[in-house]
Design a protein around this ligand. Sequence first.
Ligand SMILES: Cc1cc2nc3c(=O)[nH]c(=O)nc-3n(C[C@H](O)[C@H](O)[C@H](O)COP(=O)(O)OP(=O)(O)OC[C@H]3O[C@@H](n4cnc5c(N)ncnc54)[C@H](O)[C@@H]3O)c2cc1C
Length: 509
Amino acid sequence: MMKSLIALLPFVSLALGSTRPFLSHRQANVSSTSVNPVGVESGARCACKKLVTSYSDLVLLPGSANYTAQTIYYWDVRSDMDPGCIFLPKTADQVCNAVEIFTTCDAQFAVRGGGHMNYPGSNNIEGGVLLAFNNMNDYKVHNDTIDVSPGMTWYDVYSALDPYGRAAIGGRLKTIGVPGLTLIGGVSYFINKYGFAMDNVVSYDVVLGNGTQVIANATSHPDLFWALKGGANNFGIVTKFTLKTYSMPHISTTIQEFNESGVYDFLKATCDWVVGDSETTIAAGSVLDISYNVTTGEMSPMLLGVQEGISNPPSMFKNFTAIPGTYKINNVTTAKQWASNLDSPKQMFRVMFAHHSMYPDPDVLYSMYQTWKSAIDQIADVEGLYPTMVFNIAPASAAKVAQTNGVGNVWGLAGEPLIWWQFSTGWSNAKDDLRVESTIRQLTEHLHGLNKANGLAREFVYMGDAGEWQDPFAGFPGENVQRMREIRADYDPRGTFSRLNWGGFKLGF
Ligand SMILES: Cc1cc2nc3c(=O)[nH]c(=O)nc-3n(C[C@H](O)[C@H](O)[C@H](O)COP(=O)(O)OP(=O)(O)OC[C@H]3O[C@@H](n4cnc5c(N)ncnc54)[C@H](O)[C@@H]3O)c2cc1C
């Protein structure tokens, strides 16, 4: 029962396979390899050779089955590429050595954690070196923190903490990676009380662009500590996160689906939830979306609601519970058990995100929803089309955590309730890429433009919800961006992470 319900979720499907016939035997593109005037190899070929010499058992080369398996370790099929080689370090020292090799060889490289960031090149590279963290999964549980390695998923973290009745502040689905989500911010089920995932990191072990290691925390390299809170992969490679944990032996959950006739009430409840959630002491959060079945033409609003404790049904979602729905399933469970049902498998589909922020207004949201529906109708013939409109809520209380914890983060959110509205659009075939991507991009910017005119638009863009063309840094306070650039210049004067490291959202110049 649970599995069939979960298959309806925006990002989650148990039904789609992971075949990628068109990529299975491609040769690596070696065009990034070059030979300098004195005949010394540089680029990816140089780096791959050196890595093989030092770590032959940790390097995968094109042609091996293990290499092929790694090239499809991505949620978005569009992210599949063919690196010149793949390095799977086991220790932070090996990551240091690899970075040294990349800079010595002047080799382009990409870094991958859980492989969920979705756009080509965000976490992968054609012909360069891919450093992937599949072999780094150690963790250590302390009284009120956990040390986490960058190969772990959030399910791994919740599983590690389960015997202690504790939880960390992290991703809402099972297989999202810890490093990517934590470095870009991190929306959890408990943001109203504990802030974002980044606000709950007490220490980072970081490999810098010169191949040395530092620890960044409140007393050691505090400037880098701040910059890593939302600054993404612009400063170094994180080899260990120390995360706060909280006593959470039980959580109360609800899964609710509604008919299309309930869309307005659903949007109203969403706005009331984010606006009214500023003074609560109960940690709670949600996944809220409307998905469109292009075959039946039906819209299905859905809520996944979670709160700490055992109140059943969860009290924080009473506005949704009051709306007649097609089903409502309430449960008291654990964070591990809940996450275990929420898989987002690799190779799910081709998929693009697109998003902007706004002050909550149900009438405007409803009109945006109608415009989205009309736009989707125009591309309904695209094979495998899987359109979803998502509403991530960012209550004022979430921003207050960084405002009052003495550290802050790079976002500098003002502390007003926001809805991060997002389109997540999946489809099957590469031939439709441009059509789907341009339709959704135009629609997104059109709606944001209307919201600018009516005063509801906000310029904050979350990297976890953004499309590849968007610039999240443009929505951060200018002084924070300036400070991040100065910190980057101090910690990465060679430009390893701006010149050689591809992917993610780069700070720019
Ligand atoms: C199905 C789905 C559900 C999602 N749900 C949520 C959610 O609940 N909450 C939320 O906030 N976001 C969510 N997101 C967005 C998600 O947080 C980002 O996609 C995030 O980047 C995923 O982390 P990852 O480790 O899997 O990413 P990857 O794709 O592996 O990496 C993302 C970026 O981080 C860089 N990186 C990875 N590891 C390191 C490292 N150790 N050091 C430095 N840089 C590194 C990579 O180079 C890449 O640029 C979701 C995304 C998807 C697709």
